[in-house]
Ligand binder design. Structure first.
Ligand SMILES: Nc1ncnc2c1ncn2[C@@H]1O[C@H](COP(=O)(O)OP(=O)(O)OP(=O)(O)O)[C@@H](O)[C@H]1O
Ligand SMILES: Nc1ccn([C@H]2C[C@H](O)[C@@H](COP(=O)(O)O)O2)c(=O)n1
Length: 228
């Protein structure tokens, strides 16, 4: 057994807006584990491609951007995670619809997924890791101790995303968001490399009618964690 494989990992996969990021953050805090937001790495690659005006059909050039990402994750003075790309805070840009659409395209390129693999596995450090994404349980950490697949209806996810963007002061149209969620789901599910599917044995949670606390509790029960 390698040193890395002794580090416990909980994978949380699922479609966009199902609550993976929110739930993973709470789980990581409760368990005292590290957190990997793998979607951020695809979004950062997308931003880098847009920023450097790279043609997304040039797969080698896109993979090079992924490999050479100059990124720093650090806590802000408000306790939230700040993301710096080439030294610039890109927290708001990361969530723009243009970035989401490009992220879905770059994520379908096999060389990009390969380029981000090592970077993702480097997050596996003691005392443990909560890894959030699409292929955490199937490809990146297939030996994870516990695997969760979180989902919710596209309509509920569009509503949640709309609320989230409005709260951040970003103008958003709910019908456009719903269409882009449906399109992205289709691309993520049907791509040939690492498609979005529940890992074998994953605990599937549909959060459409569950509060954040209820989802967290279901997962804590599944992994057998009880708060003192
Ligand atoms: N069970 C829930 N009930 C109500 N709102 C929720 C629930 N889960 C998440 N949310 C809200 O939905 C929004 C989207 O959640 P979040 O960003 O965690 O999703 P995600 O799956 O990580 O999305 P993405 O894959 O695009 O990063 C957030 O505003 C979050 O607070
Ligand atoms: N492990 C991952 C993580 C993300 N993606 C894709 C899916 C989305 O199209 C895009 C952005 O992800 P999000 O921030 O919305 O979770 O990246 C992936 O293919 N694999």
């Amino acid at each position: 057994m390698s040193e890395a494989s002794k580090v416990p990992v909980i994978t949380v996969d699922g479609p966009s807006g199902s609550g993976k990021g929110t739930i993973s953050q709470i789980l990581a805090t409760k368990l005292g584990y590290h957190l990997l937001d793998s979607g951020a790495l695809y979004r950062l690659t997308a931003l880098s491609v847009i920023k450097h005006d790279i043609d997304v059909s040039d797969e080698e050039a896109v993979a090079k951007e992924a490999l050479e990402l100059d990124v720093v994750f650090k806590p802000s003075s408000h306790g939230e995670q700040m993301v710096l790309l080439d030294g610039q805070d890109v927290g708001v840009q990361l969530r723009l619809d243009e970035t989401s659409a490009m992220a879905s395209k770059v994520a379908a390129i096999p060389q990009v997924r390969e380029a981000l693999l090592t970077r993702q596995r480097q997050f596996r450090q003691l005392p443990g890791l909560v890894a959030d994404g699409r292929d955490m349980g199937t490809v990146v950490f297939p030996d994870a101790e516990h695997k969760v697949f979180l989902t919710a209806s596209p309509e509920i996810r569009a509503e949640r995303r709309h609320k989230q963007l409005i709260e951040k002061g970003v103008n958003a149209n709910i019908r456009h968001l719903l269409k882009s969620i449906i399109d992205r789901d289709e691309r993520d599910r049907t791509r040939t490399v690492a498609p979005l599917v529940p890992a074998e044995g994953a605990f599937v949670v549909d959060s459409s009618n569950l509060s954040i606390d209820e989802v967290v509790q279901q997962i804590l029960d599944f992994i057998g964690f009880s708060e003192a």
